[in-house]
Design a protein around this ligand. Structure first.
Ligand SMILES: Nc1ncnc2c1ncn2[C@@H]1O[C@H](COP(=O)(O)OP(=O)(O)OP(=O)(O)O)[C@@H](O)[C@H]1O
Length: 577
């Protein structure tokens, strides 16, 4: 019976704690994780902040002297000296404050930088499958905006709240020494203040979440409009798009206003309650002075100290909305750092890759959809292989397996006879030149695109690669040649020119294996045959693998394979499909 009641109480407490808890367990864990290694510096900083706060004591002492002695005695030079003393101490206090800020900023920026590095490193090891299922705009805003919110949170907590707490404690001691009854009177407001803070804090938390969702949606819509402007215009959807942007903006300004109002309510409630405590002190202290139980100097000193304490309390309680925003940001960053699958191969072995690959008994499925069934394939070094097959038969999937983006559920792949499981995948990819259906062309100049991944390449090497890829003629015909800006995704070039640029970029690395995915989408078979003929004379003489749904590419290959219903079979060059 007693155990049952105890457990009921525990459940009740847990539920209420969950309801009132403003901070997430994972967010707190992440914060601790990033600041754990510098706890000694943080401790030193907290101690220094506490020592700095002790500097308010001589200031308060001088104020009391001023009102209790110098002023009643009409001691003008004493007044001047005490005034000067207060100014000097304040300046000293500010100088130490600046130095402390410099110190803590060094720690914060290092930690925030580390978190950003870890998030980016995490992205680099996430599997292609995870990235393809992610909402890229959301991921982008998490990395950029939420790491900035973590920075703000750290600033507020360590640079603002921590010294404020230290100074507040010193001031509280001074106040207790001066007149503990007045402190007790002011403390009556404290429970109301904490309760109100928490209640408003919950509404701030809800409004922050709503604003962040609206912001992500706005960011996503804007990127969509920028990225798919052609499609929007071609489908005559400009009006429809503007309407959904308008809805996004309404939502953004509505939630933004609500969040700012929550912040304002929080600040107002806090200021009114502490102001109310100040009036109580004034009245009760005035009565004590009138009754002769307290000197005017003591009351004024008390009032100044209480004012300073109020400033520190403002700092602590006023920072709550920022902590809540930071908490939400940390929850999302925690997701980026801990969720999703990582790259399937983690081997370390470096290889002198000769361009030969083997697949043995490879079976691959996306969930319950089996795409490849027990596939065997030998790609000898220096060979020219074509893999053909109808749309959706698994050609790109096969390529993704070859470049190590995915791992088969059964079977194994080998590069130069070494199992993929043992290989350093980055090393293997460096020796491969892969030109996907949509070559990765980014906004910048032709030269920047060509040299991505090979910044050390000489102009002669760049020109040689462009010549082999049949890109040199069109590049030289451009007014700015290699310095031509080609726009987002290479929009200012034709599809064939983009394809040639992609091939030239792949060839610049002198790959042992060149993979061309659907090259006939933008190049005719004649151009591909010419490319192959050129590569035969290239000093590095790469293995070439062409994957296409176009039966004509077989003319360019020594061996032809056909993918059909998950099986790979060798076919005669005359009739591959
Ligand atoms: N990431 C994925 N998750 C689930 N299914 C996928 C994924 N990628 C491809 N598929 C499915 O696997 C099958 C093979 O796709 P794949 O892209 O490999 O075909 P393909 O032969 O390259 O087609 P195409 O010639 O049209 O480019 C298709 O049915 C496709 O819908």
């Amino acid at each position: 019976m007693a155990a049952a009641s105890l457990s009921a109480v525990r459940i009740w407490l847990h539920q209420h704690w969950q309801r009132f808890n403003l901070f997430d367990k994972n967010a707190l864990g992440l914060f601790r994780h990033y600041y754990r290694h510098c706890w000694r510096q943080l401790l030193a900083y907290a101690l220094a902040a506490a020592l700095q706060s002790l500097m308010v004591i001589p200031i308060l002492f001088m104020i009391r002297q001023l009102f209790d002695h110098a002023l009643p005695q009409g001691n003008v030079s004493g007044l001047l000296w005490l005034g000067l003393g207060v100014v000097v101490m304040r300046l000293l206090h500010s100088a130490v404050g600046l130095w402390l800020r410099h110190f803590i900023l060094g720690i914060i920026k290092e930690v925030v930088g580390q978190l950003r590095r870890d998030v980016l490193a995490r992205l680099a090891v996430l599997s292609r499958e995870t990235i393809s299922h992610a909402d890229i705009d959301q991921l982008h805003s998490r990395i950029v905006l939420d790491s900035e919110r973590f920075d703000n949170l750290s600033n507020r907590l360590l640079s603002g709240m921590l010294p404020a707490v230290a100074t507040g404690l010193v001031l509280l001691c001074v106040l207790l020494i001066l007149n503990w009854q007045l402190v007790a009177l002011a403390v009556l407001v404290l429970p109301v203040l904490l309760w109100a803070s928490r209640r408003v804090g919950l509404s701030v938390k809800r409004d922050v979440q709503l604003f962040q969702s609206a912001f992500e949606l706005f960011s996503k819509r804007t990127r969509f409009a920028l990225r798919y402007m052609d499609m929007i215009r071609l489908k005559a959807c400009v009006g429809q798009e503007q309407e959904s942007q308008r809805q996004c903006l309404d939502e953004l300004s509505g939630t933004g206003k609500r969040m700012a109002m929550s912040y304002a309510w929080h600040g107002q409630i806090q200021r009114n309650l502490t102001g109310f405590a100040g009036i109580m002190i004034m009245v009760a202290g005035g009565v004590s002075v009138a009754q002769g139980t307290m000197s005017l100097g003591d009351l004024l000193t008390f009032y100044v100290a209480a004012g300073l304490l109020n400033g520190q309390a403002d700092n602590v309680i006023g920072g709550l909305p920022e902590l809540i925003t930071g908490n939400e940001a940390l929850i999302k960053l925690y997701g980026v750092l801990h969720e999703g699958e990582i790259e399937p191969y983690q081997g370390q072995r470096l290889l002198a890759f000769d361009g030969s690959l083997s697949l043995r008994g490879v079976t691959f499925a996306y969930g319950s959809h089996t795409v490849l069934r027990s596939v065997d394939l030998e790609i000898p070094a220096g060979s020219k292989i074509a893999i053909v097959g109808a749309n959706g038969t698994g050609k790109t999937t096969l390529l993704n397996l070859l470049v190590g983006f995915c791992k088969p559920q059964q079977g194994q792949l080998y590069a130069s006879g070494v199992a993929y499981d043992d290989l350093d995948m980055a090393g293997l990819r460096k020796a491969m030149g892969v030109v996907m259906q949509q070559p990765g062309i980014f906004s910048g100049t032709i030269l920047e695109n060509l040299c991505y991944g090979r910044p050390e390449a000489s102009m002669a090497q760049v020109a040689a690669a462009a010549r082999l890829a049949l890109a040199e003629t069109f590049i030289n015909a451009l007014p700015d040649g290699y310095a031509t800006e080609i726009g987002e995704g290479g929009m200012l070039l034709s599809g064939g020119e983009r394809q040639r640029l992609g091939i030239a970029s792949a060839l610049l690395a002198e790959p042992a294996l060149l993979i061309l995915d659907e090259p006939t989408n933008h190049l005719d078979v004649g151009a591909i045959a010419q490319l192959m003929a050129g590569l035969v004379n290239a000093p590095y003489h790469p293995t070439i693998l062409i994957v296409s749904h176009d039966p004509d590419v077989v003319a360019c290959a020594d061996q032809v394979y056909r993918l059909h219903q998950g099986r790979l079979e060798r076919v005669q060059k005359t009739n591959p499909l």
